[in-house]
Design a protein around this ligand. Structure first.
Ligand code: G6P
Length: 486
């Protein structure tokens, strides 16, 4: 049934299985920014979303949830191990995040990645209407653009990469580096978070495949063009602004402070429990500040929310042990019966509770070692309509390109990080207000709707110039300098 004008392809479907008050199991759309940004488009045109429902070995027929047509792709237990936990999250994820953890290279994982990508591509190709648009998301599906193109040359294809794209020196490690580049180049527009990511990608294409490149434009051997550009993603700011005004949520923020023993300052970290987030560096800095008496446990509490993530992947298992050991030691050394140095919460929270925590936090610590964007930083800023609070932000996040008025840190520099935390704790209200106003202006103006509009408009431009250029040239060996390599 090739009827959808606009097809989103992402590893996960934007739904959660929930049990209602009367015991009924239903699907509810998850509150992520991506759904919020694409929902209007999905309703306006005949849209569909291809993805995995998050449960292994479960075949589901297509269904609708909150007006979005969902097309589930089934993954077996083995696919989950080899494609999702293996190649996506133990090969590509660490490699693309500057090898903070060592990437594992296994040929069986690659084979699983190819076959699962093909399954997603076939589902998208079967759903999209003649001349429609397919928008593929993220590193789990890098081969899908080229696969969809070979199945459906009539459609326009966009790809957005939510995580960093590494420099060539690191990328070159990947045994399947050329195949992945070709996979991505199936898209008319390849979008990245930062200008540097797009530059790294274009440089890799030039070096590895020898294709002609000019700034963001890549010309393929058949004459087709692909654009590689930055489109920094953002959040849907509306719910954060609205929730921040709700009296019950403001009261909850006060209650959170009281529950922590009313310290003078609350520091907050909110992350998936992932080694890219620099949680250990942050804990070390806070621990040393306490050890050295630069802060006291009565005055300062650090709350770390670490939501469980990829719990069967070894690197994540070890990370959890390390973090929990470090926190246990610091709390053991410094806690009193009334005050906790580090309050650690290994679970996720509903958005209402997150907003209350953002409102309660005097200092937000975002100290990622590498991060495609980091939307938590933007959520904190969107929440602080009172123009108070200080964002400490790692320069290795995509958000650092935009959020210039944050207190910037290199999280590897523990002394610098400690000084930045003290600067944030001591920052006078007027200075907080000046910085927060500028940060808010940026986040509110460049929200997720602005992001999706600019990507889709680049995709429309690409389609128009492709139509104007006529059909691609047939491929010949002579015009394809990389043909020898294959
Ligand atoms: C990052 C990735 C997403 C991914 C999310 C959660 O933000 O860019 O593609 O969905 O992490 O990870 P998970 O493995 O649970 O989907």
């Amino acid at each position: 049934m090739a009827t959808a004008e606009f097809v989103v392809v992402a590893n996960r479907l934007p739904v959660d299985r929930v049990v209602t008050a009367d015991g009924e199991e239903i699907w509810r759309t998850s509150p992520g920014g991506l759904v919020a940004a694409l929902e209007p488009m999905m309703h306006r045109v005949d849209g569909a979303w291809v993805g995995w429902a998050g449960m292994p070995d479960t075949e589901l027929a297509p269904f609708d949830a909150d007006g979005i047509h969902l097309i589930p792709v089934a993954l077996s237990e083995r696919d989950v191990t080899e494609y999702y936990e293996g190649f996506s999250n133990d090969t590509i994820w660490p490699l693309y995040h500057d090898v903070i953890a060592p990437p594992q290279y296994h040929r069986e994982w690659w084979e699983a990645y190819v076959s699962v990508n093909l399954r997603f591509a076939e589902a998208a190709a079967a759903a999209v209407a003649q001349g429609g648009t397919v928008w593929v998301h993220d590193y789990q599906l890098q081969l899908v653009p080229e696969m969809v193109r070979s199945l459906r040359s009539d459609v326009t294809i966009g790809y957005f990469h939510h995580i960093p794209f590494p420099s060539h020196g690191l990328y070159a490690q990947l045994p399947w580096r050329d195949q992945v580049l070709r996979g991505l180049l199936g898209a008319d527009v390849v979008g990245f978070q930062r200008a540097q990511d797009a530059t790294n990608f274009v440089a890799a294409v030039k070096r590895r495949l020898g294709f002609e490149t000019k700034a963001s434009a890549i010309t393929l051997p058949d004459g087709r063009r692909s654009q590689a550009r930055a489109f920094p993603i953002s959040i849907d700011t509306t719910p954060y602004r609205e929730l921040a005004q709700r009296p019950d949520i403001r009261a909850r923020a006060v209650e959170i402070r009281e529950g922590l023993g009313n310290p003078k300052k609350i520091l907050l970290g909110v992350d998936r429990l992932d080694y890219t987030k620099g949680i250990g560096h942050r804990i070390k800095a806070v621990g040393e500040l306490l050890d050295q008496g630069r802060v006291s446990v009565e005055d300062v509490t650090f709350v770390q929310v670490a939501s469980p993530s990829r719990e069967r992947v070894d690197a994540y298992v070890h990370l959890r042990d390390e973090i929990e050991l470090a926190i246990g030691r610091i709390d053991g050394d410094h806690d009193t019966l009334g005050h906790t140095a580090i309050r650690y919460l290994h679970h996720g929270f509903p958005r209402e509770e997150m907003v209350a925590m953002y409102l309660a936090a005097d200092v937000m610590l975002v100290t990622a070692l590498r991060d495609g964007m980091n939307l938590v930083a933007k959520e904190y800023v969107a929440t602080r309509a009172d123009n108070r609070g200080v964002l400490v932000l790692s320069e290795f996040t995509g958000a650092a390109d935009e959020l210039r008025q944050a207190v910037r840190v290199n999280p590897h520099d523990i002394e610098g990080l400690k000084d930045a935390i003290i600067t944030a704790i001591e920052m006078p209200p007027a200075e907080q207000g000046k910085r927060m106003r500028a940060l808010r202006k940026r986040v509110l103006e460049n929200d997720v709707n602005a992001w999706s509009s600019s990507f889709l408009s680049a995709l429309r431009d690409a389609r128009e110039s492709r139509d104007a250029a006529g059909p691609p040239r047939p491929r010949t060996r002579r015009s394809d300098p990389s043909a020898e390599e294959r």
